[in-house]
Design a protein around this ligand. Structure first.
Ligand code: ATP
Length: 237
């Protein structure tokens, strides 16, 4: 066991609204781990807390055994945690290249940044072919590729993806999920939040079900896929 990320008894509130209640999970180095659960279960809030955008009411977040729960977001990013937010959020008036360079803003190694940009273009050729076009001209799926590419530009150890398949066609979703697997093969650890429970569990080494702010079930992806409670609640079976 070699935990890269440990989330322990995390509770997060927006004023009186308790969005996350006592959530605990572990992401081992090299794994794909997914959080699945209904709308409003607290998945996005969990990711935003890990990346330092929200402060928890209680609990701890450790990266390689060291607490990051009080660290500012830019330090968490430079320690290797990249966050690809829900709804893509690319900068529409900036070009593909400019968006990607923003993802590398904490880095000083220009040659490494250029090499990583090339790597993203190999992963998603359409971005390379249209690198000087404004991001707002791209389709939803292409913007999702750009959002993932931008997150890769910080050379993360842990890449957190919030609903990467949202609003995408089945073919585009498959492409994004294939890419996530490829990134894992290249050594990136992935924490995935998904509504598409079937595809996410199929891809993941480990899954956690989040319900009303709490983790209620956990296990290897294929075991959760076969679990009757998961099938009834999330797979429509
Ligand atoms: P979805 O899959 O729909 O994105 P989620 O599991 O990611 O859902 P969160 O977005 O983390 O869930 O929301 C958890 C709870 O916190 C919900 O009840 C939501 O309404 C509430 N919430 C989220 N953001 C805020 C906010 N900025 N202010 C107040 N309440 C919020």
């Amino acid at each position: 066991m070699n935990p890269l990320l440990e989330v322990e008894n995390l509770s997060v509130a927006y004023g009186a609204i308790e969005a996350v209640r006592d959530v605990s999970f572990v992401v081992e180095e090299g794994q794909i781990v997914c959080l699945i659960g209904a709308n409003g279960a607290g998945k996005t809030t969990t990711l935003r807390t890990i990346s330092g955008l929200l402060r928890p009411r209680a609990g701890d977040v450790r990266l390689r055994g060291r607490s990051i729960v009080k660290s500012p977001a830019h330090l968490i990013l430079s320690e290797g945690v990249a966050h690809c937010p829900e709804g893509r959020r690319v900068f529409a008036r900036m070009s593909v290249e400019e968006n990607m360079l923003l993802g590398a803003y904490t880095r000083k190694d220009d040659a490494g940044v250029r090499a990583d940009m090339q790597r993203v273009f190999e992963l998603f050729p359409v971005l390379g072919e249209r690198r000087s076009q404004k991001a707002g001209l791209f389709s939803g799926g292409e913007q999702q590729m750009l959002a993932i590419g931008r997150a890769m530009m910080s050379r993360p150890k842990l890449l957190m993806l919030d609903e990467p398949s949202m609003g995408l066609s089945p073919i585009m979703t498959q492409l994004i999920f294939d890419t996530i697997k490829e990134l894992q093969g290249q050594g990136t650890t992935i924490l995935l939040v998904e509504q598409n429970a079937l595809a996410a569990l199929d891809l993941s080494d480990r899954g956690y079900v989040v319900d009303l702010g709490q983790t209620t079930l956990e296990g290897p992806g294929h075991e959760l896929l076969a679990d009757e409670r998961v099938r009834a609640a999330y797979l429509g079976a």
